[in-house]
Ligand binder design. Structure first.
Ligand SMILES: *Cc1c(COP(=O)(O)O)cnc(C)c1O
Length: 369
């Protein structure tokens, strides 16, 4: 491919001296888990989000799962989740034994539609788990208002929205707690699996610190059955380096997204990302929609342009949830998005020229110059 979807080697190369120094410091320290690097990163990340606490964990899935465990959510409880998006959000709910209740997205933003929540609440509903999909925050003002009226816990899936904002407030500080992933391809990505939880609830934070480390607050004293879900010192040190560049890297994404938005406006039947006036997306992905997705994708491939589909199968239609018995007709908006969405290349390491080439190729597909 002439234009890759993502170039993680370029990301590492830009920060190579800082990352090498971090690596050497940890290796020489002889201390690899739950140490100073993690404490420093947790405090930096919490400050960057505007939350009181950050708890580093092994990955984004366990971040979400640990919060549900800490809240005592399990069998017999219901958690409202998006009907579209990544399967991890659903897995966190089913891994604790609770039932995911799918909520259709707003067809313009692709994020959970707050107007549909009222029809989904039952006496068993315990929490709402919105995703900030593709880097743009869900409508957290409406979700929080609804949750407050019904006494529900709000857990953000902030895995795709590091630095994204809603009414000026950062993702990770928009609900009661947030699960974050630092999977290598995310806007803030580690060089391995890694994740975190942010919250301003001190009691919840203390419980989570114990739960991520075998349910132990004091060595060999196990107050409850916890997990082994720790963010290691190498990853914490690398993430602290990359966090210092996050705003600048997100700004580069914003510039490239603006280029796409200008150059692709009014092209064929292409639907461009919609940004509400209160949202500041961080463009984890640049997702367009068209009824001609397959042909457009083949056209771009023939021009050496890599694309991806996020996501081709909604969670409720995947093999993992066959037992729930949902059909495509149950959630028609999610079903339609799965057939029409296409992710174009975007990252801090794409150039303006590359974005222009992609836009030109998209326009030529629709017979426009
Ligand atoms: C990446 C991602 C996760 C899971 O993160 P991992 O670190 O891979 O476990 C969860 N939710 C969403 C929306 C994601 O994009």
């Amino acid at each position: 491919m002439t234009i890759p979807f993502l170039d993680l080697k370029a990301a590492t190369a830009e920060l190579r001296p800082e990352l090498d120094a971090a690596h050497a410091r940890v290796a020489d320290s002889g201390w690899f888990l739950l140490g100073r690097e993690l404490e420093a990163f947790e405090s930096d990340y919490a400050a960057s989000v505007g939350a009181a606490h950050c708890i580093g964990v092994a990955n984004g899935l366990e971040a979400l799962q640990l919060v549900l465990i800490a809240r005592g959510i399990g069998a017999g409880d219901e958690v409202i989740v998006p009907s579209n998006g990544y399967i991890a959000t659903w897995l966190a709910v089913t891994h604790v034994g609770a039932t995911p209740i799918p909520c259709e997205p707003d067809p313009r933003t692709y994020n959970l539609d707050p107007a549909r929540l009222a029809a989904l609440v039952t006496p068993r509903t315990k929490a709402i788990l919105p995703i900030h999909l593709y880097g743009q925050c869900a409508d957290m003002t409406a979700i929080n208002t609804f949750a407050a009226q019904h006494g529900l816990f709000v857990l953000e899936d902030a895995a795709q929205a590091h630095g994204g904002r809603c009414h000026g407030r950062a993702s990770g500080a928009l609900g009661h707690a947030a699960g974050i992933s630092f999977y290598p391809t995310k806007n803030l990505g580690a060089l391995a699996d890694a994740g975190a939880i942010t919250t301003s609830d001190g009691v919840l934070a203390a419980r989570l610190r114990s739960l991520r480390n075998y349910g132990s607050r004091e060595r060999y004293h196990h107050d409850e059955p916890g997990l082994n879900s720790r963010l290691d010192e190498f990853s914490a040190a690398f993430l602290a380096v990359k966090l210092r560049h996050l705003d600048a890297w997100n700004a580069r994404r914003r510039t490239l997204a603006a280029r796409y938005l200008t150059q692709l406006a009014g092209v064929g039947d292409l639907v461009l990302p919609f940004v509400p006036e209160w949202a500041e997306p961080v463009w984890h992905l640049f997702v367009v929609r068209t009824a001609h997705r397959t042909a457009l994708r083949e056209h771009l491939t023939a021009h050496g342009i890599a694309t991806q589909i996020h996501y081709p199968i909604p969670p409720h239609r995947s093999g993992a949830y066959r037992n729930l018995g949902y059909t495509a007709a149950d959630f028609p908006i999610a079903a339609r998005l799965a057939e029409e969405v296409l992710s174009l290349p975007i990252s801090p390491h794409h150039t303006a020229e590359q974005i222009d080439s992609v836009a030109t190729a998209v326009r030529s597909f629709f017979g426009q110059r």
